[in-house]
Design a protein around this ligand. Structure first.
Ligand SMILES: Nc1ncnc2c1ncn2[C@@H]1O[C@H](COP(=O)(O)OP(=O)(O)O)[C@@H](O)[C@H]1O
Ligand SMILES: [Mg+2]
Length: 329
């Protein structure tokens, strides 16, 4: 049993060079509240991977275990250019692990901490990529639940037209929703509450629209330099998500067109029904508000077309979160 914990809570250097489930650990990349991420070598396929070792107490939580297995399978099944591909998820010596593509770059948390707010064009590019990833997940019946800058990885893009390539990671790995619904022990670290949707706080069932909310918080922060709600303690922050109006973005970014405030008001609406149906619809509205035009000088993109789709009258296709989770086959 001593090995269980040494895998996770040992000094990082103790694991370097060691082999865990067919991976040789090379160096620590980062750690969050519930996991440590290493760069590692897949010894079978001779490739570099990111190996995430989850805190041992999570393996002891049956609810988490079940969801971990279910959601890592579901995430691995989604083949999307802006979702970090999961290669393998499993358990070794009582520690849950997940092996995924190693993304060379920076997460958005570090990027914002280092460089401050993004210029609108960059924010919109990254946002459109992550929005398409989230919408694809929702179409697969998967809700992320923990959209935050730390779960957005930004790598170098392919060319000057695509200067960055962003990835969404960590589906269903949040401990936040578990703790908010009382599954974890009191006092455990639950991560940031800056991006949590009102319905997650009140323990109501969530669907893709809770990610629309979290995503709108992230995009707000990317432009303002701070999340929509800043409070002195967690209780006040949870209250604000549920009952307070977010300050208009233009208070922090007077250079942006006033129309963006209405877009964030809708993205951050307390009631899921009042929000945009999809993340791409939110980004499309934001792009239209910042550029003041429906289409820019380029040919219409997927995001542009969403503007037309969302503003058109008439019968709508059911939004992804309302479509069946399980399909035949
Ligand atoms: N696939 C990956 N490739 C490269 N770096 C990663 C990958 N996944 C996670 N990381 C890095 O490891 C850090 C820690 O991840 P994590 O434990 O999920 O904590 P958090 O999401 O709270 O930041 C991330 O912030 C990111 O910088
Ligand atoms: Mg993460």
């Amino acid at each position: 049993m001593a090995r269980d914990t040494s895998l996770f809570s040992g000094r990082p250097s103790e694991l370097i060079g060691r082999q865990v489930a067919g991976y040789r650990i090379e160096r620590e990349i980062g750690r969050g509240g519930m996991a440590v991420v290493y760069r590692a070598r897949d010894l079978r396929l001779e490739r570099t991977v990111a190996l995430k070792l989850l805190a041992p107490e999570l393996a002891r939580n049956d609810t988490f275990r079940r969801r971990f297995t279910h959601e890592s399978r579901a995430a691995a099944a989604i083949d999307h250019p802006h979702i970090v591909p999961v290669f393998e998820a499993g358990e070794t010596d009582g520690v849950l692990y997940i092996a995924m593509r190693y993304v060379e770059g920076s997460d958005l948390r570090h990027l914002l901490d280092r460089r401050g707010p993004l210029v609108p064009a960059v924010a919109l590019r990254i946002a459109a990529q992550i929005a398409s990833a989230l919408d694809a997940a929702h179409e697969h019946g998967l809700v992320h639940r923990d959209v935050k800058p730390g779960n957005i990885l930004v790598a170098r893009g392919t060319d000057s037209d695509h200067p960055e390539h962003s990835y969404l990671t960590d589906f269903g790995l949040t401990k936040k929703s578990l703790s908010l619904t009382g599954f974890t022990t009191v006092g455990q670290f639950v991560g940031t509450l800056d991006y949590v949707a009102p319905e997650q706080i009140s323990g109501k069932p969530v669907d893709g629209r809770c990610d629309v909310y979290g995503f709108a918080c992230v995009v707000y922060e990317a432009l303002a330099g701070h999340p929509p709600f800043r409070r002195d303690d967690d209780m006040a922050l949870l209250w604000a998500h549920q009952y307070d109006d977010p300050p208009p973005l233009t208070a922090s970014r007077p250079d942006l067109a006033p129309d963006v405030d209405a877009v964030f008001a809708r993205g951050l609406a307390k009631s899921p029904d009042a929000r945009y149906d999809t993340c791409l619809a939110f980004v499309a509205a934001l792009r239209a508000a910042t550029t003041g035009a429906r289409f820019g000088t380029h040919a219409p993109t997927e995001v542009d077309l969403k503007v037309v789709e969302t503003s058109a009258e008439g019968p709508k296709r059911p939004p992804p979160w309302a479509r069946p989770v399980f399909r035949g086959g």
